[in-house]
Design a protein. Structure first.
Length: 252
């Protein structure tokens, strides 16, 4: 066990190769997706993923604000990622900081290449991502929530966009890092995939890993994305499942 400043570094892998929450290296945290969680929005989704809780709401296609951003040949995608002040251990200052702006930008760009934006010129598709509880991997949870919310809103898209981070802890490549692993691990590699075409539409890296490790992390992350893809489709199926109408009572 080493130390960073005054902080003790926790043991991230047991001698049996299990992580602090008992997961194997290639195992996701429990993930629950609810499509259509809000009544006001045109599309919405709530994602509970490990200790993360993220809500996404979609509006549009609608008039562009601010007006000068309007594009004559396509819709613009405006994603706004926000962390609630109460979402982290130490109160986060409310409002859009640089980190939130960067995450909002990369998520908007990810969806621009998937949504059929040419079908809605001079409009904006607005996606609000609110992190209510954060425990690492919130941008990925945000992409998953936004993607299901966009589908729930009926926005035409080439595919859903599953997302997850792979990373490196105690010298090993691992899937879906939780907070302690993100803080004390060696690397974090969030990604988002378009499963049908195999395209990555978001890829970022913090920390360091070798080229061989990067390949392993990408493979592990892509496999994880396929698992998440299944859960996203299940959530949408559950939302639109046609339930048998209860028998109507006939009174004379
Ligand atoms: O959440 P994600 O992994 O996408 O982004 P990050 O910048 O790597 O942040 C990792 C985690 O650090 C977040 O999920 C939060 O749990 C925590 N964090 C925090 O406590 N305060 C902040 N201002 C930002 C992040």
């Amino acid at each position: 066990m080493g130390s960073v400043g005054a902080k003790e570094v926790p043991e991230l892998l047991s001698p049996e190769g299990l992580r602090i929450d008992g997961r194997r290296l290639d195992e996701l945290r429990p993930l629950k997706i609810t499509a259509g969680a809000l009544h006001q929005a045109e599309g919405s989704a709530f994602v509970e993923w490990g200790a993360n809780k993220v809500m996404a709401a979609v509006y549009g296609p609608r008039e562009v604000h601010p007006r000068h951003l309007q594009q004559n040949n396509k819709a613009i995608i405006q994603c706004r990622y926000n962390m609630a002040a109460f979402s982290v251990d130490e109160r986060k200052r409310p409002g859009l900081d640089r980190r939130s702006q960067e995450i909002s930008k990369v998520i908007s760009e990810a969806f621009e290449s998937v949504i059929f934006v040419e079908e809605f010129p001079r409009t904006s598709i607005d996606v609000y991502i609110e992190v209510l509880q954060a425990n690492a991997g919130t941008r990925c949870a945000g992409v998953v929530a936004a993607s299901v919310a966009l589908a729930d809103a009926g926005i035409p898209m080439a595919d859903l966009v599953p997302s997850v981070a792979a990373g490196k802890i105690s010298g090993h490549i691992a899937l879906d890092l939780k907070k302690e692993e993100d803080n004390f691990g060696e690397a974090d590699l969030p990604m988002a995939l378009v499963p049908q075409s195999g395209r990555l539409v978001l890829l970022q890296m913090e920390g360091h890993m070798t080229r061989a490790e990067l390949t392993e992390a990408l493979d592990m992350g892509i496999k994880g994305c396929h698992q998440i893809y299944g859960k996203m489709k299940d959530a949408l199926r559950a939302r639109y499942q046609v339930t048998e109408a209860p028998p109507t009572e006939v009174t004379a």
